[in-house]
Design a protein around this ligand. Structure first.
Ligand SMILES: *Cc1c(COP(=O)(O)O)cnc(C)c1O
Length: 232
């Protein structure tokens, strides 16, 4: 039977292959293992295979896992839609938030990050698809949001994240990823310390790496199809 360790190995091989194909430096693309809806024992299995960064989308479920796995040296990334009433839990328990899309949430995260913890690493989620219903900050508002984030010493702006439109059309995917990369390069000219461009999931790792991704977020290919989430 294929194990989580095998699947992780395959995911890393896929990343290495795409990195090479696009003449990107080795090790320039990190892997976030997306464990939302998956039980703790599978996270431990991936951890024992060497994986350290995990992504979660549902706050309550995630906090339970984070508390239960406190003895492990795991870097936790929040990647789901973030409502105001759950921002405190995220500020208290996570190392990264990849889904920041408005100033109100930024202010809350900064005020709620407990003293004594390292700065919370923040990515701005950008809406790169033409679908208005998609979450993410509009491209035109990225600068303003970045400015807001960078005034707080306990938040550390690291870069951008996006989820493209669901489409089998490679040209559309490429165009959307390229749009995010252009935005990232532009933002980096103002904030040279930025180092993270989070794009690419199980279905579009190659396209994302081709357009400059430095972090792919893979769930299904590592942990298998997801269960229904218990919370929204
Ligand atoms: C669930 C999720 C993923 C993982 O998607 P897969 O298709 O299972 O690899 C990546 N990014 C975000 C923001 C997600 O919510």
């Amino acid at each position: 039977m294929i194990t989580i360790a095998d699947r992780l190995k395959l995911a890393y091989a896929r990343i290495a292959q795409a990195t090479k194909k696009h003449s990107r430096p080795e090790q320039s693309v990190a892997l976030l293992a997306v464990s939302k809806t998956k039980p703790q024992n599978l996270i431990v299995e991936a951890y024992q295979a060497g994986q350290r960064a995990f992504g979660e989308s549902y706050v309550q479920e995630a906090v339970e896992k984070i508390k239960a796995l406190a003895e492990y040296d795991i870097q936790w990334h929040f990647i789901g839609p973030l409502q105001s009433n759950k921002s405190a839990l995220v500020a208290e328990h996570f190392d990264w938030v990849q889904s920041v899309e408005r100033t109100k949430i930024v202010t809350r995260l900064a005020n709620q990050r407990p003293e004594g913890l390292a700065p919370l690493n923040v990515l701005i989620q950008v809406n790169i698809s033409e679908e208005s219903a998609k979450s993410g900050c509009p491209l035109e508002q990225v600068d303003e949001l970045a400015q807001h984030i960078s005034q707080y010493p306990n938040l550390r702006l690291r870069g951008l994240m996006a989820i493209p439109e669901k489409t089998p059309d490679k040209a559309i995917l490429d165009a959307q990823f390229a749009r995010l990369n252009a935005c990232f390069i532009n933002l980096k000219s103002q904030y040279p310390e930025l180092d993270t461009l989070s794009m690419g999931m199980s279905s579009d790792v190659e396209a994302a790496i081709g357009q400059g991704s430095t972090m792919v977020r893979i769930g299904t290919d590592i942990f298998g199809p997801r269960e229904q989430p218990k919370e929204k």
